[in-house]
Design a protein around this ligand. Structure first.
Ligand SMILES: [Zn+2]
Ligand SMILES: [Zn+2]
Length: 390
């Protein structure tokens, strides 16, 4: 048996709830459980998904009628199944769920500070934009000031965003009287299904443009490259987001621009590897230094550092220089990562005459390891004793 919860129960509405009540209930659940707002609660994502599924069924008169009559069996084939794992991020999931004509109200602006371009009578803030931007390792370490060009959709200057040719204006759609929605009634057997869908004549826009603007071809927007100043603070890592206020898309009717987010992607470095605020490097040292212990100098992004090597340092051992890793300003003061060195023994391929002479002496002076010597002796004795002559 399915352990799915009843859709009405999921949204917390009664069986005879009307469309507005269902929409309201869903919006509340979606707000509470949106994964971006509950990063530490894995159950929130499940609940979000559950509510979405319930809404998708109950908000559609046809699907709702089928669900009322036959339960889950009645809607199984119709529900597309939104699987969180199919989306690279919850924003993707979210935007795919809240498709443009699916909701037609202010959910987007609540979460993203902006809104999809849609029918709206009042001023509306423009959409936020998110852009990935690659920076060099050193720029991430030391910080940088840059000017970048961002393609931004702006209101078309020619038609002021209406999409209609200069001197003309869009007319209200006569089929839907500007609502963008048409109601379709269908009789199937004894059941009458009423469903609402996007108006076919105006494609849900509520208005018809008879003469399109020549510059934007009716979209009302134009794409422009805008120069944006970036200030990258020192110590940032991949995934860091810079927010540039009011540099997103243009809003409607002086609703103001959305924000621009730049997500930094830090390039790798041939020597320094990063793990959070720690720097990890692999360093080769001559084996006498590892055996006898000593000191050597290693570069760090903040200058050279002396490394003390304890005697008998083994291949693969990790030495730690505390607070010599990434330096980063936080609201609580400076933060210092560590600098970790993975030690490797170096077997030299080329030797100077001097090195060769010393190694020859060492070879004579150094027998095979003592414990191994004893084991070898035992095994050789055993092989002599057990040998059978045929
Ligand atoms: Zn235009
Ligand atoms: Zn229409």
């Amino acid at each position: 048996m399915s352990d799915k919860r009843d859709y009405y129960e999921v949204l917390g509405v009664s069986k005879d709830a009307n469309e507005t009540e269902i929409k309201k209930a869903f919006r509340k659940k979606a707000m509470e459980n949106h994964p971006d707002r509950n990063p530490d609660d894995p159950k929130a994502a499940e609940k979000f998904k559950e509510a979405t599924e319930a809404y998708e069924i109950l908000s559609d008169p046809e699907k709702r009628a089928a669900y009322d009559r036959f339960g889950f069996a009645g809607v199984q084939s119709t529900f597309s199944g939104v699987n969180a794992r199919d989306f690279s991020s919850f924003s993707d999931l979210f935007s795919s769920i809240f498709r443009e004509d699916f909701f037609g109200d202010d959910l987007f602006s609540m979460f993203f500070g902006g809104g999809r371009q849609r029918r709206a009578s009042g001023p509306q803030k423009g959409s936020d934009l998110l852009m990935n931007y690659e920076i060099e390792f050193n720029e991430a370490i030391y910080g940088a000031k840059k000017i970048i060009e961002v393609p931004i959709k702006k209101t078309c200057q020619e038609c002021k965003g209406s999409g209609a040719q200069k001197g003309t204006s869009p007319e209200q759609c006569s089929d839907c009287q500007g609502s963008g929605v048409e109601t379709v009634t269908r009789q199937m057997g004894f059941t009458r299904y009423i469903s609402q869908q996007s108006c076919r004549k105006c494609k849900g826009k509520g208005e018809i443009i008879s003469k399109l603007c020549k510059v934007c071809k009716g979209s009302g927007r134009s794409k422009e490259n805008e120069k944006i100043k970036l200030e990258i603070p020192p110590g940032v890592d991949s995934g860091f987001r810079l927010r540039i206020k009011n540099k997103g898309e243009d809003g409607r009717l002086s609703g103001g621009r959305g924000d621009l987010y730049i997500r930094l992607i830090v390039d790798s470095h041939p020597f320094y590897k990063r793990q959070g605020d720690n720097i990890i490097v692999e360093a080769s040292i001559p084996f006498p230094l590892a055996v006898l212990g000593g000191e050597f100098t290693i570069p760090t992004p903040y200058g050279p550092e002396k490394v003390k090597i304890p005697k008998n340092t083994k291949e693969g051992n990790i030495l730690r220089l505390q607070r010599k890793g990434i330096q980063r300003k936080t609201p609580y003061g400076m933060n210092y990562g560590d600098y970790l060195i993975v030690v490797h023994y170096d077997i030299p391929k080329k030797l100077s005459d001097e090195e060769k002479k010393l190694l020859e002496q060492l070879k004579e002076a150094m027998p095979l390891p003592k414990e191994q010597e004893e084991l070898f002796k035992t095994l050789i004795d055993q092989s002599k004793k057990n040998k059978v002559d045929y």
